[in-house]
Ligand binder design. Sequence first.
Ligand code: FE
Ligand code: FE
Ligand code: ZN
Length: 277
Amino acid sequence: MYLGSHISISKGYEQAVKQAHKIGANTLQFFTRNPRGSKAKALDFNDIKKAQDFAAEKGFGPLVAHAPYTLNLGSYKEETWSFAVDIIKDDLKRLEVIESSFVVIHPGKHLGRGEEYALNRIVEGLNRVLEDHQGRTKILLEGMGGMGTEVCYTFEQLKYIIEAVENSDSLGVCLDSCHLYAAGYDVKKDFDGVLKLFDSIVGLDKLMAFHLNDSKHGLNSRKDRHANIGEGKIGEEGVKRIINHPLLKEVPIILETPGGIDNYEREIRLLKSLING
Ligand code: FE
Ligand code: FE
Ligand code: ZN
């Protein structure tokens, strides 16, 4: 099982991987650049090599990159849309060097134009991003909570995009337990049922990463507010069923809960204590 948390790469990749190891993790997620801004640091190849060697030595699973969450491929505004296309394109190139296999994106928001408009706009954007992509890094569409005008809070919407994009072999999905719960998928009572439903609509082969967060709000609240493990509406029993699900064995599981690195260390310890035999 690959368990980790979001970790800052502000001090470099090697430091981030070592920090992950120190808190008991064997994977991690990092922002490809400032989550609000756009500037990416120049790559330090020596640092990346050291990080890779360390991760390999410690048996790490795939590392997960996350694009800035301010990008909106669903936007009708030309500038916003092409900015998102350019950043994701650039991130894909950089990630080939880092050998992170996945970059998670928040698919987009319709800003009043309607969900269908946004879904098609996202498809158009992803086709542009992937037009000359030959690498092995995959873009993971994150399943959203359905807050505001976000799309991709249903499995049908995720499926729509994956089917419509030309190079769909380069696409996967990252599910987030808090978002699922907010969107009305009852991961607390029936995680197995939720995964079966996902399998029947999208296909489990597309599930490539999982964000593990408890939820401050209730089922179908359409509010995306992460809570600490066991302290939200999903609760410890719900989380216990999620992390013990056999279908998550090969999928990197990433914590994005409040409280920083000390909290991640504590929650990883707690999660390990909840894993059956
Ligand atoms: Fe996210
Ligand atoms: Fe998430
Ligand atoms: Zn969230």
